[in-house]
Design a protein around this ligand. Structure first.
Ligand code: BGP
Length: 465
């Protein structure tokens, strides 16, 4: 068995605009759904007043400090960096006829800086944010009009960056809309299941049209979808538990089925029927859905369990995404259950299902890092988490799975998505920032920085199996 990864394997990290950039009102940027959720995606909507405070407004100030950060990524040997474009920098309200030049110019500068360091950009078109104007004036993705607004945005950035960006993703964790409808599909207030699935339908159509546009404008680009890899195990081998796990996995694989196979799967037709959901689908929608992605990207942090026993399920619940804790696994400080082998299972499962190349675009450990007396962060817990997951990626490649690359989540500390925390750190690079906004924003290398650098330089040979 080979102990190195393929030569073509891409190594790097992943960030999202709203979690690193800051500069929330600079360069003509409009207000996004993320700006309206200063406490994170599971917080309340807050009408922003002049002078109020949100840690996201400055975040880690990547908007001004990106040259220093990219140089640090290059020092680690990154060949790929996943970023997202803030839709509101390009179309501040979402429905303008023309894009905002200042926003376009900023991403030009960012991609040029990456090119100087031979780092290939992978760009998510919409990572947990959209123009607030589209929520307020149109009701978010509940409106069919959003399809055209998104297509206009996608075509504008494809055209502008056609020579600079060859790897694109449509919507971050598109299946998360089921759990966070405002962040995912811009639906505010009380919404029914039917509203959410209709909005998701519009987004899936837009995703297909973006794939089509990308092929027309940048024929040599690769376009991927992005799923939250919510791998669920049956809590027991009772056939009912096994079937419940199958259904639970289908609830998110459904998005992949549409984006990779080009049509709604049969089990969803039954689900809609049994839940009294009638989707409004136009003929041209079916044609749009047939533009399937070139590769599948996904995030993976943990696995979970499900049970068919409602009483047991109720008693054990307490983890996110309605999952029941697995008695065989340890958890992170944030209660996320650590399961490296689950990553190999998931890679094999997705490969068996779709036979399309896979890209792990998020994986990492959020921890409350504490500097030692000399100010150094010795994050062996992060090293061991990442080591064990990468070992399983290598195993999956040996299983015959085609894996294009790995970008760890938050290679530099950033603002967490769920609760806008900065003490939940993922980085190889420490950022001096505290929750109240204090701190110098200075960057420093953690122990994991040197570790990742060696892993990349050796193409995985230094990993400990
Ligand atoms: C994913 C998101 C990311 C990221 C990550 C970690 O769901 O795509 O944006 O933040 O999860 O979650 P958190 O930041 O809440 O720790």
């Amino acid at each position: 068995m080979s102990n190195t990864f393929p030569d073509s394997f891409l190594w790097g990290g992943a960030v999202a605009a709203n979690q690193v950039e800051g500069a929330w009102r600079e360069g003509g940027k409009g207000i996004s759904t993320s700006d309206m959720l200063p406490q994170g995606i599971f917080g309340e909507v807050v009408a922003r007043q002049p002078g109020d405070f949100s840690i996201k407004d400055t975040a880690i100030d990547f908007y001004h400090r990106y040259p220093e950060d990219i140089a640090l990524f290059a020092e680690m040997g990154f060949t790929c960096l996943r970023v997202s474009i803030a839709w509101t920098r390009i179309f501040p309200q979402g429905d303008e006829a023309e894009p905002n030049e200042a926003g376009l110019a900023w991403y030009d500068a960012l991609f040029d800086e990456m090119a100087r360091h031979n780092i290939q950009p992978m760009v998510t078109l919409s990572h947990y944010e959209m123009p607030w104007g589209l929520v307020e004036n149109y009701g978010g993705w509940g409106s069919r009009k959003l399809i055209a607004f998104f297509e206009r945005y996608a075509r504008a950035v494809f055209t502008r960056y056609q020579h600079k960006v060859k790897l694109w993703l449509t919507f971050n964790e598109i299946n998360m809309s089921l759990h966070a409808p405002l962040t995912g599909v811009g639906l505010a207030g009380d919404v029914t299941k039917a509203d959410v699935y209709q909005a998701i339908h519009h987004q899936l159509v837009a995703s297909g049209l973006a794939v089509k546009a990308c092929r027309e404008i940048i024929p040599d680009a690769k376009m991927g979808n992005m799923l939250l890899g919510g791998l669920m195990y049956p809590l027991s081998c009772r056939p009912e538990d096994v079937f419940t796990a199958l259904q639970e996995n289908r609830s998110w694989l459904f998005f992949g089925d549409v984006q990779c196979r080009g049509a709604y799967p049969g089990y969803m037709q039954r689900f809609f029927l049994e839940n009294g959901i009638t989707l409004h689908i136009e003929e041209s929608d079916c044609e749009a859905l047939r533009h399937t992605v070139d590769f599948i990207s996904f995030s993976y942090y943990m696995s979970g369990c499900v049970t068919a026993d409602p009483q047991l399920g109720e008693k054990l619940r307490g983890n996110i995404l309605d999952m029941v804790p697995n008695p065989h696994l340890a958890s992170s400080e944030w209660g996320w259950q650590i399961d490296p082998l689950g990553l190999r299972t998931l890679l094999n499962m997705l490969w068996d299902r779709y036979q399309k190349p896979l890209f792990i675009v998020e994986n990492g450990l959020g921890a409350n890092d504490k500097p030692d007396a000399s100010g150094r962060i010795n994050d062996d817990y992060r090293i061991s988490y990442l080591n064990d997951h990468l070992v399983q990626v290598r195993e999956a490649i040996e299983d015959g799975v085609e894996v294009l690359g790995y970008t760890s989540w938050g290679p530099i500390d950033l603002v967490s998505a769920s609760k806008a925390e900065v003490n939940k750190r993922y980085g190889f690079i420490y950022v001096d920032i505290q929750q109240d906004g204090s701190g110098t924003l200075n960057r420093s290398r953690k122990a994991s920085f040197d570790w990742y650098k060696e892993v990349i330089a050796s193409r995985g040979a230094t990993l400990k199996a």
